[in-house]
Design a protein around this ligand. Structure first.
Ligand code: AMP
Length: 466
């Protein structure tokens, strides 16, 4: 299958070739002809499947060239990052077309957006809140919309946008083409789909959660207080001593937690920035740009901010805290396996998160293996250099160093049986699974099912500040 076979015009084929795409992804192979035929489409597409090109390419073709002042395509997205990313895709895929695109989202001044609308556009990409604001103030007129795209509908639902979407839909002409994309299909989404779509073509690519299958996933049992120390260790050594991580996207549950963790990572010598809904648009754009440029190593994000993040070639995702909603886990790790690539995801699971992990596993119908916690040190990050246990450095237990002890934190088990920094001892052979609090009914196995070779979990007595 090639893009030529999908009936796309030469201008678009040139743009696709310039992006380096040689083969349509499955969603593109199915959605592009369906959209070109003018039918409504209901697409079950995971994040990272190439769905954006699946609707942008055929719509660019159908629109022809610039016409009038009012938008003929409306794309609704849940977040400003996603809106900006879709606009970028439209600019890329439409490089040889004469079409005008405007983007509307909250958190920035209205004036440039109003001016843009006045100047006229063919394609409008918007988040629901700001769009409604501008429509109510009569700066925006949706009466000429012929093609309506609802992207990441399940996410819209989670974010409470469904009433706003319904209000937007009431402003659209009755005669229009509707395209709805959703990774999951809860009942509310099905209800919205049946009220919005007329005799749709259903486009389902592979089974749900296939992204999850492409991502190598592991979990560490670690008490909450130690998570940041383990994370610093992982940044510096990798998950299996493969070397320092180039970059990682780290998810926290709260905005405050994201800020705090970014500060703690910075204090540990890891360039980090936080990205979440309370950050100004310019701060979010800067953090993203810094991450893309490699100026920062860690991007600490909350759920919402992660939508639309494209971290191609940056395959490490960390769940610093597990999300409450299992689907969010799938979305998070989807950031690392874009358009068929593979990636790796590490989850730091505190004892009180065990049930969240079980829910995630049930949703994905897939196990996330716990692996042995590597040796790491709890370092007082606000003070100077860490002290290393010589038990770690010379491979013999207790040689002048202190083997880690419980320090009142759930009875951690020291070891010192690892053979030196950078080498490993078999956790099984050492009879030590890292933390005593880590041992459990789950086996310490690698994702491939082999016995973990992770070094035993020795830890310096904690002196960390909270
Ligand atoms: P999306 O799911 O639309 O967010 O796309 C995910 C990623 O896949 C983006 O980085 C796209 O640039 C990339 N992509 C989209 N279509 C293709 C394709 N046919 N071949 C290779 N990469 C693609």
């Amino acid at each position: 299958m090639s893009f030529e076979n999908l009936g796309l015009e030469p201008e678009l084929l040139r743009a696709v070739a310039a992006k380096g795409y040689t083969t349509p992804t499955p969603i593109q192979a199915k959605a592009i002809p369906a959209v070109l035929s003018g039918r409504d489409v209901l697409a079950g597409a995971q994040t990272g499947t190439g769905k954006t090109a699946g609707f942008v390419l055929p719509l660019l073709q159908v629109l022809g060239s610039a016409q009038g002042k009012l938008p003929r395509v409306l794309v609704l997205t849940p977040t400003r990052e996603l809106a900006a990313q879709i606009a970028e895709s439209v600019a890329d895929y439409g490089a040889h077309k004469n079409l005008r695109t405007r983007v509307i989202f909250g958190g920035v001044g209205e004036r440039p957006q109003i001016d843009g609308l006045r100047a006229g556009c063919d394609i409008l990409i918007a988040t629901p809140g700001r769009l409604l604001d501008l429509c109510e103030q009569r700066y925006c007129n949706l009466s000429q919309v012929k093609h309506f795209v609802l992207d990441e509908a399940d996410r819209m639902l989670d974010m409470g946008f469904i009433p706003a979407i319904k209000r937007v839909i009431r402003m659209l002409p009755v005669e229009r083409q509707n395209l709805m994309f959703s990774a999951t299909y809860a009942d509310d989404i099905r209800a919205l789909a049946s009220s919005m779509l007329k005799n749709p073509v259903s486009v389902e690519v592979a089974a749900r959660n296939t992204t999850a299958e492409r991502v190598e996933q592991i979990a560490y049992r670690v008490v909450k207080e130690d998570k940041r120390h383990l994370l610093v260790h992982l940044f510096k050594n990798g998950a299996s001593s493969e070397g320092a991580w180039t970059q990682a996207l780290v998810f926290t549950r709260t905005k405050h937690g994201a800020n705090r963790l970014a500060e703690q990572l910075e204090a540990s010598g890891i360039r980090a920035a936080a990205i979440h809904g309370n950050k100004s648009q310019s701060a979010r754009v800067k953090a993203l740009a810094d991450f893309k440029d490699g100026a920062i190593t860690a991007l600490v994000a909350t759920e919402v901010a992660s939508r639309g993040l494209d971290i191609k070639e940056r395959p490490q995702v960390v769940n610093y805290e597990l999300p409450n909603v299992p689907e969010d886990y799938v979305h998070r790790i989807g950031r690392t396996a874009r358009a068929g690539s593979t990636g790796a995801a590490v989850s730091l699971v505190a004892p009180d998160e065990a049930s969240l992990l079980r829910n995630i596993e049930r949703t994905m119908n897939q196990r996330i293996p716990f692996v042995t916690v590597p040796e790491f040190e709890a370092i007082e990050i606000r003070t100077s250099a860490p002290q290393r246990s010589s038990g770690v450095s010379d491979g013999r237990q207790g040689q002048g160093g202190r083997s880690a002890n419980s320090q009142g934190r759930g009875g951690r088990q020291g070891g010192g049986q690892g053979s030196g920094q950078g080498s490993r001892s078999s956790a099984a052979g050492a009879g030590n699974r890292g933390r005593s609090s880590s041992s459990s009914s789950r086996s310490s196995s690698t994702p491939s099912g082999t016995q973990s070779q992770g070094r035993v979990g020795q830890r310096r007595p904690a002196t960390a500040s909270r």
